[in-house]
Design a protein around this ligand. Sequence first.
Ligand code: GLP
Length: 240
Amino acid sequence: MEIRIFNNYEELSKCAANEIIKQVKTNPTSTIGFATGSSPIGLYKCLIKDHKENGTDYTEIRSFNLDEYYDIEKSNPQSYFNFMYENLFSHINIRNKNINIPSGHSKDMNEEVYKYNQLLKENSLDIQILGIGSNGHIGFNEPGTKHDQETHVIELDQQTREDNARFFNSIDEVPTHAITMGIKNILDTKKIILIATGKKKAEAIKGMVNGAITEDLPASALQNHDNVILFLDKEASRYL
Ligand code: GLP
């Protein structure tokens, strides 16, 4: 893993965004995996700024998102669908037909899981953007998830629901389940960039970089990938 440590979030976001911009410019038909959460918001702001100022073109870019809450409708302000349009897709010229986000509100979730997984198999991802949960989850692959797991529906950890409660009126409103790409899908990506900031992430980062590869810490599976760049601030990297 390549580790890059930054003094501030703006600089970190700019450098992480440059990896995406470089990819889009080198191959305008790239397939990019996007993540939600607060960590990549700065990166998305940089992509929007660059698109407006330099005209970086996303018309032939295909996107796949990591995950979505179950059983939330797209129109719910807390859906990851809504997050992606609000924080990125509405502000760049990516085409709706090229955007793939798993649905957390399908009548038949087994079919949705199968369909999304098939799409991922048919489209190899050039870059996957990741955040990390304080419990070491990636996407919504919670501790205990097998590293060869593909797309699935998962019950969220209490820790994850508490961490994400800040976006809802109360913890009772935080969904109990989600649909997520599996760790295998993530490892199949050609390049991974992971963003983590703040001391709440420091333990998970330490385990991911220096600990054993274990199902107890899903992000430790990234040690088995040969093209991972970590974008960390001082606090998230304090135990390295
Ligand atoms: C959610 C998402 C993850 C994200 C994590 C961390 O659980 N499913 O993809 O990495 O939150 O979020 P944040 O960046 O807000 O700390």
